[in-house]
Ligand binder design. Structure first.
Ligand code: NAD
Length: 324
C-alpha cells in the first residue's frame, strides 16, 4: 500500500501559505497541515484553500498543532521573521535561530522519522543549527538553499540565450545569499557548453556578462522585496519541486543546503551543492569538478557562514538541546 504523503508546513505566512497553495494544486500530497503561532491565520488560510478544492486534485488541508508531525513525511519550516527592505538574510539570524529552536524541539517531540526542510532565512545557518541540535541524521535535515537561486540563474541565462529555461542546466552553489557562487564551468544548454552554444548562434548572441548576471541573481530577492515586500511565488514552486522529489523518491539533482562532510576543504557547514534528493532527504552530494575560481568562491561562502555561526554560538544563542 502506498504510504500517505503528508506535509506539515510550520509558518502560514506569505511563503508557507503560498507553498501550501502550490502543493495543493500539484497533486503531490494527500494531506497538508498548516501550523502557525497565529492559529487564526493558519485556519483562515486552510479554509480559503479548502474553498478551492472543487478545482484541485483531492487533498486534505487543515490547520493543526505539532502533534500532526507524528505521521508526516516532510516538515517544511517557513516560520520566522522575514527580510525587511535593505536587510540582508544574515541580519535575521538571532531572531530566527530562537524561533527555529522552539520549532525543532516541538517537532522532535512528535517524530524522528520526517524529513525536515528549512526555508526560514538565513536558511543555511538555520539548517546547520536544526541538524546539530535535532540529533537527526544529516541526510534528513536539509535547506531549500540555492534551488531558487539556480532557477533565477537559469531564467536569466534563458533570457540571454533566448531559449526555454527548462533546457538550461546551471547551478548556483554555496550560501543562499550574498556570497553565493555561479558554476559557469558546468553550465550548458541542451547538452552544449555555453561557449559552443554561442558559436552555433552565428555570433548573434554575445557571451554573457558573468559578473552582471551573478549580481542580478544575488540582487533578485532585494528587488522583489523592495517592490512588493516579500518573495513567495518562485520560492513556493522551488519548495514544491524539493518536496515532490522527497515524496516521490525521485533521486532528483537539486542544489539544496546540506551539512558537508568534506568538500574542497569545507566541512561542518551547511551550504548548497548539487545533491541527489530522494525519500531519505539528501542521499548524495555530487562532488563536481570545480575551477580554481569556483573553489575559492565556495570556500569564501563557507567562511562567511562560519563567521555567522561562530557569532551566534559566542552570543550563547546556540539554541538547541544537544541530543546524545
Ligand atoms: P511572514 O511574516 O509572512 O510569515 C511568517 C509566519 O511565521 C507568520 O505567519 C508568523 O505568525 C509565523 N511564526 C513566527 N514565529 C512562529 C513560531 N514560533 N511558530 C510558528 N509560527 C511562527 O514571512 P514570509 O514572507 O512567509 O517569510 C518566512 C521566512 O521565509 C523568512 O525568514 C524569509 O526570509 C524566508 N524566505 C526564504 C526563502 C528561501 O529561498 N529560503 C525565500 C523567501 C523567504
Amino acid at each position: 500500500m502506498e504510504t500517505k504523503r503528508k506535509v506539515v508546513v510550520i509558518g502560514a505566512g506569505a511563503v508557507g501559505s503560498t507553498f501550501a497553495y502550490t502543493l495543493m494544486q500539484s497533486g503531490l500530497a494527500h494531506d497538508i497541515v498548516l501550523v502557525d503561532a497565529d492559529r487564526a491565520r493558519a485556519e483562515g488560510e486552510a479554509l480559503d484553500m479548502n474553498h478551492g478544492l472543487f478545482f484541485a486534485p483531492p487533498v486534505e488541508i487543515r490547520a493543526g498543532g505539532y502533534e500532526e508531525c507524528a505521521d508526516a513525511s516532510v516538515v517544511v519550516v517557513t516560520a520566522g521573521a522575514r527580510q525587511k527592505p535593505g536587510q540582508t538574510r544574515l541580519d535575521l539570524v538571532s531572531e530566527n535561530v530562537r524561533i527555529c529552536r522552539q520549532i525543532v524541539e516541538a517537532v522532535g517531540r512528535h517524530t524522528e522519522d520526517a524529513v525536515i526542510l528549512m526555508v526560514t532565512n538565513p536558511v543555511d545557518v538555520l539548517t546547520y543549527f536544526a541538524l546539530k541540535y535535532s540529533g537527526l541524521p544529516r541526510e534528513r535535515v536539509l535547506g531549500s538553499g540555492t534551488v531558487l537561486d539556480s532557477a533565477r540563474f537559469r531564467y536569466l541565462l534563458s533570457r540571454h540565450y533566448k531559449v526555454d529555461p527548462r533546457n538550461v542546466h546551471a547551478y548556483i552553489v554555496g550560501e543562499h545569499g550574498d556570497s553565493e557562487v555561479a558554476l559557469w564551468s558546468m553550465a550548458h544548454i541542451g547538452g552544449l557548453p555555453l561557449k559552443l552554444y554561442c558559436a552555433m548562434c552565428d555570433s548573434q548572441i554575445a557571451p554573457p556578462d558573468h559578473d552582471g548576471i551573478l549580481k542580478e541573481v544575488r540582487g533578485s530577492a532585494y528587488h522583489v522585496i523592495e517592490s512588493k515586500g516579500a518573495t513567495y511565488y518562485a520560492v513556493s514552486l522551488a519548495l514544491a519541486r524539493i518536496v515532490g522529489a522527497i515524496l516521490r523518491d525521485e533521486s532528483s539533482v537539486l542544489t539544496v543546503s546540506t551539512m558537508l562532510d568534506e568538500l574542497y576543504g569545507v566541512r561542518d557547514i551547511s551550504l548548497s551543492m548539487p545533491c541527489v534528493v530522494d525519500r531519505s532527504g539528501v542521499s548524495r552530494v555530487l562532488r563536481a569538478d570545480f575551477t580554481a575560481q569556483e573553489v575559492e568562491g565556495l570556500r569564501d561562502s563557507a567562511k562567511a557562514l562560519r563567521k555567522v555561526i561562530d557569532e551566534v554560538e559566542r552570543q550563547g544563542e546556540a539554541p538547541f538541546r544537544r541530543r546524545p
